[in-house]
Design a protein around this ligand. Structure first.
Ligand code: NAD
Length: 284
Protein backbone atom coordinates (compact mmCIF):
# COMPACT_ATOMS: atom_id res chain seq x y z
CA UNK A 1 0.00 0.00 0.00
CA UNK A 2 1.47 3.44 -0.86
CA UNK A 3 2.16 5.55 2.22
CA UNK A 4 -0.19 8.52 2.00
CA UNK A 5 0.35 10.15 5.38
CA UNK A 6 3.24 10.26 7.85
CA UNK A 7 1.92 10.93 11.34
CA UNK A 8 3.41 12.58 14.37
CA UNK A 9 1.35 11.82 17.48
CA UNK A 10 2.08 14.02 20.51
CA UNK A 11 1.31 12.38 23.86
CA UNK A 12 1.69 8.62 24.36
CA UNK A 13 -1.04 8.16 26.96
CA UNK A 14 -4.42 6.46 26.55
CA UNK A 15 -5.37 8.27 23.34
CA UNK A 16 -1.92 8.69 21.79
CA UNK A 17 -1.29 4.93 21.95
CA UNK A 18 -4.76 4.15 20.58
CA UNK A 19 -4.37 6.60 17.67
CA UNK A 20 -0.85 5.30 16.95
CA UNK A 21 -2.20 1.72 16.92
CA UNK A 22 -4.93 2.76 14.48
CA UNK A 23 -2.49 4.43 12.07
CA UNK A 24 0.21 1.74 12.28
CA UNK A 25 -2.43 -0.93 11.71
CA UNK A 26 -3.37 0.85 8.47
CA UNK A 27 0.24 0.83 7.29
CA UNK A 28 1.07 4.47 8.13
CA UNK A 29 4.39 5.42 9.77
CA UNK A 30 4.06 7.08 13.18
CA UNK A 31 6.45 9.16 15.26
CA UNK A 32 5.11 9.04 18.80
CA UNK A 33 6.33 11.82 21.09
CA UNK A 34 6.04 12.13 24.86
CA UNK A 35 7.94 14.07 27.51
CA UNK A 36 8.34 10.92 29.60
CA UNK A 37 10.53 8.02 28.36
CA UNK A 38 8.84 5.55 30.74
CA UNK A 39 5.46 6.42 29.17
CA UNK A 40 6.93 5.68 25.73
CA UNK A 41 8.24 2.32 26.97
CA UNK A 42 4.77 1.41 28.24
CA UNK A 43 3.24 2.72 24.99
CA UNK A 44 5.39 0.39 22.86
CA UNK A 45 4.13 -2.58 24.89
CA UNK A 46 0.49 -1.40 24.75
CA UNK A 47 0.65 -0.80 21.00
CA UNK A 48 1.93 -4.35 20.37
CA UNK A 49 -0.98 -5.78 22.40
CA UNK A 50 -3.55 -3.40 20.90
CA UNK A 51 -2.42 -4.21 17.33
CA UNK A 52 -3.22 -7.88 18.03
CA UNK A 53 -6.57 -6.85 19.51
CA UNK A 54 -7.38 -4.67 16.48
CA UNK A 55 -6.60 -7.55 14.08
CA UNK A 56 -8.69 -10.02 16.13
CA UNK A 57 -11.61 -7.58 16.07
CA UNK A 58 -11.27 -7.10 12.29
CA UNK A 59 -10.47 -3.41 12.85
CA UNK A 60 -7.13 -3.39 10.99
CA UNK A 61 -6.66 -4.43 7.36
CA UNK A 62 -4.41 -7.32 6.41
CA UNK A 63 -1.51 -5.07 5.50
CA UNK A 64 2.06 -4.62 6.74
CA UNK A 65 2.08 -2.35 9.80
CA UNK A 66 3.64 1.09 9.55
CA UNK A 67 6.97 1.87 11.20
CA UNK A 68 6.84 3.17 14.79
CA UNK A 69 9.43 5.63 16.12
CA UNK A 70 9.17 6.80 19.73
CA UNK A 71 10.98 9.88 20.96
CA UNK A 72 11.07 12.57 23.62
CA UNK A 73 12.15 15.19 21.06
CA UNK A 74 9.48 17.08 19.11
CA UNK A 75 12.17 17.94 16.53
CA UNK A 76 11.87 14.29 15.37
CA UNK A 77 8.34 15.15 14.13
CA UNK A 78 9.75 17.46 11.41
CA UNK A 79 8.96 15.11 8.50
CA UNK A 80 5.31 14.56 9.50
CA UNK A 81 2.59 15.31 6.95
CA UNK A 82 -0.05 15.36 9.73
CA UNK A 83 0.27 16.04 13.46
CA UNK A 84 -2.20 14.68 16.02
CA UNK A 85 -1.90 16.28 19.43
CA UNK A 86 -3.11 14.00 22.27
CA UNK A 87 -1.41 15.70 25.18
CA UNK A 88 -2.83 16.07 28.72
CA UNK A 89 -6.03 18.20 28.77
CA UNK A 90 -4.33 21.22 30.31
CA UNK A 91 -4.16 24.41 28.20
CA UNK A 92 -0.52 25.12 29.16
CA UNK A 93 0.65 21.64 28.10
CA UNK A 94 -1.26 21.76 24.83
CA UNK A 95 -0.13 25.30 24.02
CA UNK A 96 3.54 24.36 24.56
CA UNK A 97 3.33 21.18 22.48
CA UNK A 98 1.44 22.81 19.60
CA UNK A 99 3.71 25.86 19.41
CA UNK A 100 6.80 23.65 19.45
CA UNK A 101 5.58 21.26 16.76
CA UNK A 102 4.29 24.08 14.52
CA UNK A 103 7.85 25.46 14.50
CA UNK A 104 9.38 22.21 13.15
CA UNK A 105 6.86 20.89 10.58
CA UNK A 106 6.47 22.31 7.06
CA UNK A 107 3.92 25.14 6.69
CA UNK A 108 0.64 23.65 5.48
CA UNK A 109 0.89 20.57 7.72
CA UNK A 110 -2.49 19.99 9.41
CA UNK A 111 -2.30 20.25 13.20
CA UNK A 112 -5.07 18.12 14.67
CA UNK A 113 -5.98 18.41 18.34
CA UNK A 114 -7.74 15.55 20.08
CA UNK A 115 -8.87 17.85 22.90
CA UNK A 116 -12.01 16.77 24.74
CA UNK A 117 -13.36 20.24 25.14
CA UNK A 118 -11.07 23.25 24.69
CA UNK A 119 -12.50 25.31 21.81
CA UNK A 120 -10.40 25.03 18.64
CA UNK A 121 -10.51 28.80 18.13
CA UNK A 122 -8.96 29.33 21.56
CA UNK A 123 -6.17 26.91 20.62
CA UNK A 124 -5.73 28.62 17.23
CA UNK A 125 -4.10 31.52 19.11
CA UNK A 126 -1.33 29.15 20.24
CA UNK A 127 -0.07 28.33 16.71
CA UNK A 128 1.49 30.62 14.10
CA UNK A 129 -0.84 29.55 11.24
CA UNK A 130 -4.36 29.25 12.64
CA UNK A 131 -5.88 27.85 9.42
CA UNK A 132 -3.87 24.64 9.95
CA UNK A 133 -5.55 23.81 13.28
CA UNK A 134 -8.58 21.51 13.51
CA UNK A 135 -10.15 19.25 16.15
CA UNK A 136 -10.85 15.55 15.93
CA UNK A 137 -12.38 13.74 18.84
CA UNK A 138 -11.23 10.16 18.50
CA UNK A 139 -12.90 8.02 21.15
CA UNK A 140 -11.22 5.35 23.23
CA UNK A 141 -10.16 2.83 21.96
CA UNK A 142 -9.39 4.86 18.85
CA UNK A 143 -8.52 1.77 16.81
CA UNK A 144 -11.98 0.25 17.39
CA UNK A 145 -14.56 3.05 17.49
CA UNK A 146 -15.71 3.77 13.98
CA UNK A 147 -17.05 7.32 14.32
CA UNK A 148 -14.94 10.47 14.80
CA UNK A 149 -16.28 13.92 15.68
CA UNK A 150 -14.45 16.57 13.64
CA UNK A 151 -14.47 20.15 14.93
CA UNK A 152 -13.99 22.91 12.43
CA UNK A 153 -12.95 26.13 14.12
CA UNK A 154 -13.94 29.49 12.61
CA UNK A 155 -10.35 29.94 11.36
CA UNK A 156 -9.77 26.34 10.18
CA UNK A 157 -8.88 26.32 6.47
CA UNK A 158 -10.74 24.33 3.83
CA UNK A 159 -7.49 22.56 2.88
CA UNK A 160 -7.05 21.40 6.48
CA UNK A 161 -10.58 20.00 6.57
CA UNK A 162 -10.00 18.18 3.27
CA UNK A 163 -6.69 16.68 4.50
CA UNK A 164 -8.28 15.43 7.72
CA UNK A 165 -11.24 13.90 5.90
CA UNK A 166 -8.77 12.12 3.61
CA UNK A 167 -6.78 10.82 6.59
CA UNK A 168 -9.94 9.53 8.29
CA UNK A 169 -10.96 7.78 5.07
CA UNK A 170 -7.53 6.09 4.84
CA UNK A 171 -8.00 5.00 8.47
CA UNK A 172 -11.41 3.49 7.69
CA UNK A 173 -13.33 5.96 9.90
CA UNK A 174 -16.67 7.65 9.53
CA UNK A 175 -16.88 11.28 10.62
CA UNK A 176 -19.32 14.05 11.46
CA UNK A 177 -18.21 17.70 11.28
CA UNK A 178 -19.54 20.05 13.98
CA UNK A 179 -19.06 23.69 14.90
CA UNK A 180 -16.66 24.88 17.57
CA UNK A 181 -17.84 25.19 21.21
CA UNK A 182 -16.58 24.05 24.63
CA UNK A 183 -16.97 20.25 24.64
CA UNK A 184 -18.38 20.29 21.06
CA UNK A 185 -21.19 17.68 21.01
CA UNK A 186 -19.93 14.47 22.60
CA UNK A 187 -18.09 15.84 25.68
CA UNK A 188 -20.80 18.44 26.31
CA UNK A 189 -23.27 15.54 26.64
CA UNK A 190 -21.14 12.73 28.07
CA UNK A 191 -18.96 14.47 30.67
CA UNK A 192 -21.75 16.05 32.78
CA UNK A 193 -23.61 12.72 32.65
CA UNK A 194 -20.59 10.79 33.99
CA UNK A 195 -20.06 13.50 36.63
CA UNK A 196 -23.68 13.16 37.75
CA UNK A 197 -23.40 9.36 37.86
CA UNK A 198 -20.37 9.66 40.16
CA UNK A 199 -22.17 12.24 42.34
CA UNK A 200 -25.13 9.86 42.74
CA UNK A 201 -22.73 7.22 44.09
CA UNK A 202 -21.06 9.82 46.33
CA UNK A 203 -24.44 10.87 47.74
CA UNK A 204 -25.16 7.23 48.67
CA UNK A 205 -28.21 6.83 46.43
CA UNK A 206 -26.84 3.74 44.68
CA UNK A 207 -23.66 1.70 44.26
CA UNK A 208 -21.33 1.98 41.26
CA UNK A 209 -22.64 -1.38 39.99
CA UNK A 210 -26.27 -0.32 40.46
CA UNK A 211 -25.83 2.95 38.51
CA UNK A 212 -24.16 1.15 35.61
CA UNK A 213 -26.70 -1.72 35.63
CA UNK A 214 -29.61 0.74 35.45
CA UNK A 215 -28.04 2.82 32.69
CA UNK A 216 -27.28 -0.34 30.72
CA UNK A 217 -30.53 -2.23 31.39
CA UNK A 218 -33.03 0.64 31.28
CA UNK A 219 -31.41 3.16 28.95
CA UNK A 220 -29.27 1.01 26.65
CA UNK A 221 -25.92 2.58 27.58
CA UNK A 222 -23.39 0.03 26.24
CA UNK A 223 -21.07 -0.14 29.25
CA UNK A 224 -22.52 2.15 31.95
CA UNK A 225 -21.18 5.65 32.68
CA UNK A 226 -18.82 4.65 35.47
CA UNK A 227 -17.17 1.81 33.57
CA UNK A 228 -16.82 4.32 30.71
CA UNK A 229 -15.23 6.77 33.17
CA UNK A 230 -12.62 4.16 34.12
CA UNK A 231 -11.85 3.56 30.44
CA UNK A 232 -11.41 7.29 29.76
CA UNK A 233 -9.25 7.91 32.87
CA UNK A 234 -10.58 9.86 35.88
CA UNK A 235 -7.68 12.36 35.78
CA UNK A 236 -8.55 13.22 32.19
CA UNK A 237 -12.22 13.50 33.10
CA UNK A 238 -11.52 15.93 35.94
CA UNK A 239 -9.27 18.05 33.68
CA UNK A 240 -11.89 17.98 30.90
CA UNK A 241 -14.74 18.84 33.28
CA UNK A 242 -12.70 21.74 34.66
CA UNK A 243 -12.05 22.95 31.09
CA UNK A 244 -15.79 22.82 30.41
CA UNK A 245 -16.77 24.43 33.71
CA UNK A 246 -14.31 27.30 33.27
CA UNK A 247 -15.66 28.03 29.78
CA UNK A 248 -19.41 27.52 30.32
CA UNK A 249 -20.04 28.19 34.02
CA UNK A 250 -22.34 25.16 33.90
CA UNK A 251 -22.46 23.68 37.45
CA UNK A 252 -23.07 20.19 36.05
CA UNK A 253 -19.47 20.35 34.76
CA UNK A 254 -17.87 21.11 38.14
CA UNK A 255 -16.10 17.82 39.04
CA UNK A 256 -17.95 16.14 41.93
CA UNK A 257 -16.20 15.34 45.22
CA UNK A 258 -16.01 11.57 44.62
CA UNK A 259 -14.31 12.02 41.26
CA UNK A 260 -11.79 14.48 42.72
CA UNK A 261 -11.11 12.21 45.73
CA UNK A 262 -10.37 9.27 43.44
CA UNK A 263 -7.91 11.29 41.37
CA UNK A 264 -6.18 12.54 44.52
CA UNK A 265 -5.87 8.92 45.72
CA UNK A 266 -4.33 7.89 42.38
CA UNK A 267 -7.34 5.75 41.45
CA UNK A 268 -7.46 6.84 37.80
CA UNK A 269 -9.38 3.92 36.26
CA UNK A 270 -8.02 1.19 33.99
CA UNK A 271 -4.70 2.96 33.48
CA UNK A 272 -3.80 2.75 37.19
CA UNK A 273 -5.52 -0.60 37.90
CA UNK A 274 -8.33 0.90 39.99
CA UNK A 275 -11.02 3.55 39.60
CA UNK A 276 -14.71 2.89 40.17
CA UNK A 277 -13.82 -0.79 39.54
CA UNK A 278 -10.62 -2.82 40.03
CA UNK A 279 -8.58 -4.21 37.11
CA UNK A 280 -5.64 -6.49 36.63
CA UNK A 281 -2.87 -4.29 35.21
CA UNK A 282 -1.22 -5.33 31.92
CA UNK A 283 1.95 -7.32 32.63
CA UNK A 284 4.90 -4.98 32.09
P1 NAD B 1 -3.15 10.76 29.20
O1 NAD B 1 -3.00 11.47 30.49
O2 NAD B 1 -3.37 9.28 29.21
O3 NAD B 1 -1.86 11.05 28.27
C1 NAD B 1 -1.38 12.34 28.02
C2 NAD B 1 0.11 12.24 27.71
O4 NAD B 1 0.58 13.52 27.26
C3 NAD B 1 0.97 11.87 28.94
O5 NAD B 1 1.68 10.66 28.66
C4 NAD B 1 1.93 13.07 29.09
O6 NAD B 1 3.22 12.67 29.53
C5 NAD B 1 1.94 13.61 27.67
N1 NAD B 1 2.38 14.99 27.56
C6 NAD B 1 2.15 16.04 28.38
N2 NAD B 1 2.72 17.16 27.89
C7 NAD B 1 3.34 16.82 26.71
C8 NAD B 1 4.08 17.53 25.73
N3 NAD B 1 4.34 18.85 25.85
N4 NAD B 1 4.55 16.84 24.66
C9 NAD B 1 4.32 15.51 24.52
N5 NAD B 1 3.60 14.79 25.43
C10 NAD B 1 3.13 15.43 26.50
O7 NAD B 1 -4.33 11.50 28.44
P2 NAD B 1 -5.32 10.90 27.34
O8 NAD B 1 -6.47 10.28 28.02
O9 NAD B 1 -4.54 10.12 26.35
O10 NAD B 1 -5.85 12.24 26.67
C11 NAD B 1 -5.12 12.92 25.66
C12 NAD B 1 -6.04 13.94 25.00
O11 NAD B 1 -7.14 13.25 24.37
C13 NAD B 1 -6.68 14.92 25.99
O12 NAD B 1 -6.86 16.14 25.37
C14 NAD B 1 -8.02 14.26 26.29
O13 NAD B 1 -8.96 15.17 26.80
C15 NAD B 1 -8.39 13.72 24.93
N6 NAD B 1 -9.35 12.60 24.90
C16 NAD B 1 -9.26 11.58 25.81
C17 NAD B 1 -10.14 10.50 25.72
C18 NAD B 1 -10.06 9.33 26.65
O14 NAD B 1 -10.92 8.44 26.60
N7 NAD B 1 -9.05 9.25 27.52
C19 NAD B 1 -11.11 10.48 24.70
C20 NAD B 1 -11.17 11.54 23.78
C21 NAD B 1 -10.28 12.60 23.89
Amino acid sequence: MPVTHRLAVLGAGVMGTGIATLALGHGLPVTLVDIDESVLEQARRSIALDMRHARLMGAAPDTAPGELVTTTSIADAAQATVVIEAVTELPGSKAAALAEVAAVVAPGTPLISNTSGIPIDEMADWVPRSAELIGTHFMNPAYLIKMVEVIRGPRTGAGTVAAVVDLLTVLGKQHVVVQDAPGFVTSRLLHPMINRAAAIVGEGTASVEAVDALMEGCLGHPTGPLRTADLIGLDNLVDSLNALYERTGDESCRPCALMQDKVEAGDLGRKSGRGFYSYRKNPS
